[in-house]
Design a protein. Structure first.
Length: 162
């Protein structure tokens, strides 16, 4: 069972080695486990930070938590797969076609039922406040592609017999 929002420290800083977990539909990977280009479209972006691509942070979760209904808007995604990327592997900065540069970083955004919920945010490079900025389409597409090539199947956690 995933930790709830009131069971986590939302101010705990991310470490470069911390893993971020994301669920992927089985039909979004090929026979070798490599993400297909169509899976890139599942990483949505919005004008607000809460609409940025979501992940779960390993400081408060295990890979299987991304498949739990509490962390999937109550949808049944039990047949999906868990993938991971380390914080240090996030591509940053990314320069758009208009030559604006964007930094990429995780932000912990706990939800009531899913305390590990986080997003991958972007801001203008050199913005000391790190205020979320919706990147242009070229940066969004580049970010999707780079993250997808770095996501790997998550290591399964050991199940302890009771």
């Amino acid at each position: 069972m995933p930790l709830r929002g009131d069971e986590v420290d939302a101010n705990l800083p991310f470490e470069e080695t911390e893993l971020l977990f994301r669920r992927v539909a089985r039909d979004g990977v090929d026979d070798t486990g490599t993400l297909l280009p169509s899976e890139l479209n599942t990483m949505s972006f919005d004008k607000t930070i809460d609409g940025a691509p979501s992940f779960l942070r390993s400081a408060f979760s295990i890979p299987e938590d991304v498949l739990h209904t509490a962390c999937a808007d109550e949808k049944d995604v039990s047949n999906w797969l868990a993938y991971e990327i380390s914080v240090g592997a996030l591509p940053s900065p990314i320069v758009g076609k208009d030559n604006r540069s964007f930094d990429v970083f995780p932000v912990h955004r706990p939800l009531t039922q899913c305390g590990a919920h986080s997003v991958i945010a972007t801001c203008h490079t050199n913005d000391s406040t790190r205020a979320y900025t919706l990147p242009p389409r070229s940066v969004r597409n580049d970010l999707r592609a780079r993250i997808a090539t770095r996501l790997r199947p998550a290591r399964r956690t050991a199940v302890t017999p009771s």
